[in-house]
Design a protein around this ligand. Structure first.
Ligand code: ADP
Ligand code: MG
Ligand code: MG
Length: 911
């Protein structure tokens, strides 16, 4: 959407005409320069060319009508105000040309300083500097002028004309070498004049033209280069990744130069109004005497801590502190600033609300509330779930000489060290001995679940962010590095090799699930204080920890604000207990499939293989007490809170041995003449059940309808567990959830049978059992009105819903093509990570509306990974769901975001 060009459109704003709320039009830098100007702070005069001018230029390839005239007019008034003309040979006005988009963006053109200098005006600048100079003798003034000129050619050449920067650097190094010095301050006027000559040659060589001597031409070329840098390759890539719209364009700021390189009483610096790392109050900054802006960041010379400016120039220092306090009060936030001192006079060149670490974000928000600058709603708005999640992971202390040996995908964050194991069984064994283990596999599958639960961390050599290992580990809040393909895993030999080294079972490795890095040996880990707080082992009222206190305060406020309840996905009593400590208000998804693995496998095989009625019933009867015990444990932990139990969902073949392996075993055994009747029966069953697309095959409610007694056994186990809980004085609130329903008839069939069992079991115990369904098949969403007739609740299974709405298999797509889709910007983030509002979200909306229309009071929730994703939580709030359910570790994140969603929509209830 390029800007409309109209005849008298205003493209240029004087700093006095703008303000901080005009970031769309003036860019962040321009809007804040205007704001500071209007606050009466010392900002060198200047003007801003709007993002609309840039959009028009990019759309048509030429400056829009009227722009040149407006620039001319603003330049003239600047010249009048300063009493100088741009590039005047006697007394030149010089300006900087600075890009500045709404969001700061690496890859775009940087700044060109000293525009207006040429072979004549460099002399005029020197004369003026010596004339009015306090400390700069005429030698110093000459030096200053030539230094400024060489900087112009360097910056202009590099950023406007794409001359390779190293060429200028080499020439500068050469000049220093010739002088026998490391320090650019030792180069005198003659050296710098010589350098200007060398720079001009470099410029000519690369551009085929002389360095432009016309000041106005320099200005126009620089402005145009800023416009064009919007579409530089690096900028385009960055925008795609960060989901910054491609049509915003950048503004251009033209600012009167002030000089920090005029001698020892001049200089330049950057500062933060608080520590951006910890949030601690105080002055944090760097200062460099006798330098121009870019030297500070370029690290040409060593800067000094800003505090030392007090000795060098007390007046400026005090003024600066006053301005910083003023800015904090005005922006009500941490600000970062750029400033320059020209011969004892302070100038402000930039400010913005500064970036900060996750810890600092919480601490600062808390402090600002204490200081009365913001209220708790605003504090809540200023932090986010991603930051909270970051604060919950343990971290490596990497101040030692640890070097990573491999780098994979940071699939599930955290830091874990432990003994390497290659099988699930070994992981369970060692964990039982109290050892920390890292489960290393090429890739994981559902059979590794027990090992994954036992392990501290999971390392795979294959698979991406949506691989089994990654998804399951994230769900458990367990550290995982996936796809570390430099690692050669050899499971039978119990070792892996990487970078020429062999790591055997029993050796120790450390994995960082945030960075994806793998280290040999044990890297020390720091536990997260925030988790200790959530676990209840740090009392915020009684410890001196600014972070924990801030987190406590903001979380408490979020809980008071939010409308969404937060439940957890938990399959074991231990998970349930932890999630409860983290604030979960129930279980939104208790999967029952892991209850069929391990020792119980054999029973499942019998169940599946059963030919005669009696056999199946025997298997089910054996499973019943085991299931009941599972549920009892969970109901106990969740006493008084609702627990949604999902009936068995995955394709049955997942519980059987892999086809190929079984076929080989049977063949070998037959060869040896062994009795293989049992194995043959198993093989036949596995063959019979083999599916090309298991995720679209016999699973979910379909299984329940095909295998007699299976769902009935589960329903009975749930009801009996609830009753036994109630008899023991507890309160169990089971909600039975039927997976993969697409038609109301499926649900009705299951329901009819379940209701009979429940009535029989529950009797007069007072236990109430709800029956509802997952909404995870698109057809279910589209017929939600019908389905609601048979369901007391809906729980959106957004993982399957995403998979089926898009028509791609979650286990396959990431490795196959997601990277390309992300690169092309087809989606900015995987739809499995954050809900696709337009497509999948629309299905959720339809189902919520039509379900509630058919059955007012229908309970609506979501389980699935989106329940813990900040953006998705906001969406579910907007749609009006009753709760989100997520992994225990994500519960605090969801609580925080559910509170933020209320603050951000002004508390409106969108139902
Ligand atoms: P960035 O966005 O990369 O920070 P800036 O436009 O802020 O780029 O410019 C970088 C530095 O150049 C500033 O911090 C400042 O020190 C210096 N600078 C920019 N404009 C001027 C000016 N008009 N006078 C003096 N120094 C300037
Ligand atoms: Mg800057
Ligand atoms: Mg599902």
């Amino acid at each position: 959407m390029a800007a409309q060009e109209t005849v008298d459109q205003k493209y240029v704003y004087d700093f006095s005409e703008g303000n901080k709320d005009l970031k769309d039009l003036l860019g962040g830098k321009g809007a804040n320069l205007a704001e500071m100007t209007n606050l009466g702070l010392p900002v060198p005069p200047g003007f801003t060319i709007t993002t609309e001018a840039c959009q028009a230029y990019l759309a048509t390839g030429r400056e829009p009508d009227g722009l040149a005239g407006q620039i001319e007019a603003h330049l003239e008034s600047l010249e009048r105000a300063m009493g100088k003309r741009l590039g005047d040979p006697q007394d030149p006005l010089l300006v900087s040309v600075r890009s500045g988009a709404k969001f700061s963006m690496p890859g775009m053109m940087e700044t060109v300083l000293n525009v207006g200098l040429n072979d004549q005006s460099v002399q005029g600048l020197a004369r003026q500097a010596s004339g009015e100079g306090s400390q700069a003798a005429s030698g110093g003034a000459d030096r200053f002028a030539w230094d400024s000129y060489r900087r112009l050619i360097q910056m202009f050449g590099k950023t406007v004309c794409e001359v390779p920067g190293e060429e200028f650097e080499h020439a500068l190094d050469e000049a220093k070498r010739a002088k026998g010095t490391q320090n650019d301050l030792d180069l005198d006027a003659d050296d710098l004049r010589g350098l200007v000559g060398a720079y001009k040659k470099i410029f000519l060589k690369h551009t085929g033209r002389e360095f432009p001597q016309q000041p106005r031409e320099q200005l126009d070329l620089a402005i145009r280069a800023v416009f064009e840098s919007w579409n530089a390759e690096r900028a385009v890539l960055y925008r795609r990744q960060e989901r910054i719209p491609a049509d915003l364009g950048t503004a251009v700021n033209v600012v009167t130069m002030v000089f920090g390189n005029l001698g020892p009483d001049s200089g330049t610096g950057v500062a933060f109004t608080r520590d951006p790392a910890s949030g601690a109050q105080g002055i944090y900054g760097d200062y460099l005497a006798n330098a121009q802006g870019e030297d500070v960041v370029a690290g040409i010379r060593n800067t000094v801590p800003l505090q030392e400016l007090e000795q060098l120039d007390k007046t400026s220092y005090d003024e600066l502190l006053g301005i910083m306090a003023r800015l904090e009060e005005h922006y009500k936030d941490l600000c970062d600033i750029e400033f320059t001192i020209e011969r004892g006079k302070l100038w402000m060149l930039q400010t913005r609300v500064g970036k900060r670490t996750a810890a600092a974000a919480f601490v600062i928000a808390g402090q600002l509330v204490d200081e009365g600058l913001i209220d708790l709603d605003e504090a809540l708005h200023r932090v986010n779930g991603a930051q909270l999640a970051q604060l919950m992971f343990p971290r490596f202390q990497l101040d030692h000489e640890f070097q990573p040996v491999a780098k994979g995908i940071g699939a599930s964050p955290g830091a874990a060290s432990g003994t390497v194991v290659f099988t699930s069984a070994r992981a369970v064994e060692l964990a039982a001995e109290g050892k920390s283990v890292i489960l290393v596999r090429r890739e994981t599958n559902p059979d590794d679940l027990n090992g994954m639960i036992a392990a501290k961390g999971i390392l795979t050599s294959r698979g991406g962010k949506t691989s089994h290992a990654a998804v399951v580990a994230r769900g458990m809040g367990k550290t995982c590095v996936s796809g570390a393909d430099e690692i050669e895993v050899n499971v039978p030999a119990k070792r892996f090799t990487v970078a020429g080294q062999t790591v055997n079972e029993g050796d120790v490795v450390s994995i960082d699930g945030t960075t994806g890095k793998v280290y040999l040996g044990e890297v020390p880990v720091m536990p997260s204080e925030v988790v200790q707080y959530f676990e209840g082992s740090l009392d915020p009222e009684h410890i001196d920890n600014a972070l924990v206190r801030a987190v406590h305060r903001i979380m408490t406020h979020a809980d008071g604000k939010r409308r969404l309840a937060v439940r957890t996905n938990a399959d074991t009593g231990a998970d349930a207990a932890r999630a409860r400590r983290f604030g979960a208000e129930g279980i939104g998804l208790c999967r029952t499939e892991h209850m069929f693995l391990g020792d119980r496998r054999e029973l499942v095989e019998r169940l599946i293989l059963a030919r005669a009625e009696g056999e199946r019933e025997a298997a089910l009867a054996a499973l019943l007490p085991l299931q009941r015990a599972d549920f009892e444990e969970i109901f106990r932990e969740m006493d008084g809170l609702p627990v949604t139990v999902r009936l068995i969902d995955p394709p049955l073949h997942e519980f059987l041995p892999p086809l190929e392996q079984l076929a080989v075993n049977v063949a070998v055994a037959q060869e040896r003449g062994e009795d293989v009747a049992k194995e043959e029966a198993l093989l036949a069953a596995v063959r019979r059940m083999h599916e090309e697309n298991p995720m679209l095959g016999l699973r979910g409610v379909r299984l329940g309808l095909v295998i007699p007694g299976l769902f009935a056994m589960q329903v009975r186990a749930i009801a009996e567990a609830a009753v036994s809980c109630a008899r023991g004085g507890g309160v169990a609130k089971p909600e039975i959830m039927v997976p993969l329903v697409g038609a109301v008839q499926e649900l009705e069939t299951v329901r009819a049978e379940a209701e009979k069992i429940i009535a029989e079991v529950v009797g007069d115990s007072g236990v109430e059992v709800l029956i509802g369904t997952m909404i995870e098949v698109p057809r279910a969403a589209l017929t939600a009105g019908q389905i609601a007739e048979a369901a007391e609740f809906f729980s959106f299974g957004t993982n399957d819903l995403t998979q089926m709405a898009w028509g791609f298999s979650r286990d396959d797509v990431e490795g196959a093509f997601f990277w390309r889709y992300l690169e092309l910007g087809i989606f900015g983030i995987s739809p499995f990570e954050s809900i696709d509002r337009d497509g999948v979200g629309r299905l959720v909306r339809i189902a919520a509306e039509e379900g509630r229309a058919a059955r007012p009071g229908l309970k609506l929730g979501i389980c699935g990974e989106h329940g813990g994703d900040p953006d998705s939580v906001h969406f579910f709030h907007e749609v009006g769901l009753d709760y989100v359910s997520c992994s225990p570790f994500r519960v605090p994140v969801a609580r925080l975001e559910a509170g933020r969603a209320v603050v951000e929509t002004g508390g409106s209830d969108s139902r």
